[in-house]
Design a protein around this ligand. Structure first.
Ligand SMILES: *Cc1c(COP(=O)(O)O)cnc(C)c1O
Length: 385
């Protein structure tokens, strides 16, 4: 049966795509080796440097974020290299599994999925590694499975305090263009990102921002690579081209997204996300439910993961809310499957969309007979107005 009105896509990525970007993407595909394309390519490559806050290299792949995870590792490491990762949640776990499949020795600092990476634990582990066997430290900036943010600059400081030469890699697939990010100033060697979260695009583009140190590591890195090879990208990228067919139409959309972010002002974009995160948490706490992120100051402005009351299925709640109110909420992943649901409040999003979203959740709780107190939406409204 047809459902009237707009569907609320409130998962933490893909986020809903604004009309301006949809119409940019709908332009005719052009010759990616022709003169007109060079302008599109150069604008995207240069524009993304401003989003990552880097003067160094940015590479763009026609892939989902997972491809850029793989690209980061195969371009800079060798078989058997040890990498230190921090278990912030499901996405950190997937990146570790990917590293293991590539033949790396991935080591986890275990976490409880209720906060970001702990710089002190990273520093302590690196200080023990006097032989410098650890070749890279990998951290997820915005852990999309839990709604926790890792202190990236403090992790850099921890690596420096330990006097350790490891490369520093950060996944900000769901943080970029929603939370402040400084590739150069925070001393990150490889930053990984994707198109379908804060960048407001459909899925299909991914990114590596790469420091000079990582470019040097690329020359001797022994892992096999072809499609992902930075070295193949550098030459064509200089004039705005790519070694193989790029995602031409998504690049039109990317250039539009970059313009939109600057028109609003990146600082304002970040403040908007922080404010919506605070209002969402206010609603959740008013309902008497727990926010999964328990680390104060590390709560995400991108999404809020909500812990279901004992004995209630998060997935049954989500299914009922979709059926009754036409809103998609994020599911709990692996360890927290069926125990949490996630409210996405990222990308092209405003106060009324947040209130509509929270109203969908509050009505959904009532409809599914999940024990809660009323008034969460009211509390969020009071905060926003
Ligand atoms: C979405 C996401 C990924 C996976 O990206 P895909 O585009 O699904 O391949 C990885 N890490 C984080 C933090 C994410 O949010």
């Amino acid at each position: 049966m047809r459902k009237a009105g707009r569907h609320f896509l409130q998962i933490p990525g893909p986020s809903s795509v604004p009309d301006r970007i949809l119409s940019a993407i709908s332009r005719q595909t052009i010759d990616h080796r022709g003169p007109e394309f060079a302008k599109v390519g150069l604008r995207a490559l240069e524009g993304m440097k401003g989003i990552f806050n880097t003067q160094s290299h940015v590479f763009i792949y026609p892939s989902s974020g997972t491809g850029a995870w793989e690209a980061a590792l195969v371009n800079s490491l060798s078989p058997g290299d040890r990498v230190l990762m921090f278990e912030t949640g499901h996405f950190a776990t997937l990146w570790k599994k990917l590293a293991e499949k590539l033949g790396l020795k991935a080591e986890f600092i275990e976490g409880d999925w209720r906060g970001g990476a702990d710089p002190d634990q990273i520093e302590a582990r690196l200080a023990e590694d006097t032989a410098h066997e650890i070749k890279a430290v990998c951290v997820v900036h915005n852990e999309t499975s839990t709604g926790s943010v890792s202190p990236v600059a403090a992790v850099r400081q921890a690596i420096d305090n330990a006097g350790h030469p490891a490369l520093f890699m950060v996944d900000t697939i769901s943080g970029l263009a929603s939370l402040e990010y400084q590739h150069d100033a925070w001393g990150v060697d490889v930053t990984v990102s994707g198109s379908q979260k804060g960048l407001m695009l459909p899925p299909g583009l991914s990114f590596n921002a790469v420091s000079e140190k990582a470019m040097v590591a690329n020359r001797t890195a022994g892992l096999q690579r072809s499609y992902w090879d930075w070295a193949e990208m550098v030459g064509p990228n200089r004039t705005g081209y790519f070694p193989y067919t790029p995602g031409t139409n998504l690049l039109y959309g990317l250039n539009e997204a970059i313009d939109m972010l600057h028109e609003e002002g990146l600082e304002n974009v970040f403040a908007r996300h922080a404010r919506h995160g605070a209002a969402a948490r206010k609603a959740v706490r008013t309902w008497g439910l727990d926010v999964l992120c328990a680390a104060q100051g590390q709560e995400s402005g991108v999404l809020t993961a909500v812990v279901m009351p004992e004995g209630h299925s998060a997935d049954a709640f989500r299914a009922s809310t979709l059926e009754n109110f036409d809103i998609s909420l994020g599911n709990g992943l692996s360890k927290v499957a069926d125990k949490v649901f996630r409210i996405g409040h990222l990308g092209d999003f405003n106060d009324l969309m947040l209130i509509g979203t929270l109203a969908g959740v509050e009505m959904g709780l009532k409809k599914a007979n999940v024990p809660h107190r009323e008034g969460g939406v009211q509390a969020a409204m009071a905060m926003l107005a």
